[in-house]
Design a protein around this ligand. Structure first.
Ligand code: 5GP
Length: 189
């Protein structure tokens, strides 16, 4: 998506440790008009029936919510919990954090993710793939159908894309970064 690539080049900042900061329009301050056009891109890339958009808190929520409006379905976000033993009617998965390190539990209520759902997963970044794999586990536990996964930015030189695609999942990234560094800047595929 040309507009997203141009925005990343204009406002993104590459930090040491393979972190791209896009706080000005995606991760902190949010450009909702851009999110709507991203939602329309995903709609075109995923013409299949979708009944629910699933994401992970916190930075997926904005894009998922606006995309959900485009798809005409609810957005559901997996909550992050520090509690190890979660009682009650929830599906849980363990996810290793890319930006903060450590492992955390994600959970969704069984009430909102069911075997009748056709789920599109959306997230801001795809790096090592742990966030998407954790969300996919929740979909599988619910017996729901996974339509695919959309990400705003895939760092294509990291292994996440291959890890998810080799499971047969349709993954669509709106911007794919081939290489980036604080000195050399950002290069798209
Ligand atoms: P993964 O689980 O694929 O390794 O990483 C994806 C998650 O880590 C995303 O939900 C995102 O929040 C975060 N993340 C990964 N790489 C970056 C990055 O370069 N910049 C930012 N801001 N977040 C990232």
């Amino acid at each position: 998506m040309k507009e997203l690539e141009e925005r990343i080049l204009r406002d993104g900042k590459v930090y040491a440790g393979d972190v791209l900061k896009v706080d000005g329009f995606l991760n902190h301050q949010m450009d909702a008009a851009l999110f709507r056009r991203m939602g329309e891109e995903w709609r075109a890339l995923f013409p299949q029936e979708v009944t629910k958009i699933l994401t992970i808190e916190a930075s997926g929520i904005g894009i998922a919510c606006v995309a959900a409006e485009v798809f005409g379905v609810p957005a559901l976000f997996a909550k992050k919990s520090r509690t190890k033993n979660i009682a009650g009617s929830v599906y849980t998965a363990q996810v290793e954090s890319y930006t903060h390190g450590g492992v955390y539990t994600i959970l969704v209520s069984k009430e909102y993710l069911t075997k009748d759902d056709k789920v599109l997963i959306l997230d801001d970044f795809l790096a090592n793939g742990n966030a998407l794999l954790g969300l996919m586990s929740l979909v599988e536990q619910a017996g729901a159908e996974l339509v695919g996964a959309g990400v705003a930015i895939e760092k294509a030189y990291q292994p996440g894309g291959a890890r998810v695609r080799e499971k047969g999942v349709q993954v669509e990234a709106l911007a794919q970064i081939e290489a980036m560094s604080p000195d050399e800047g950002i290069h798209f595929c």
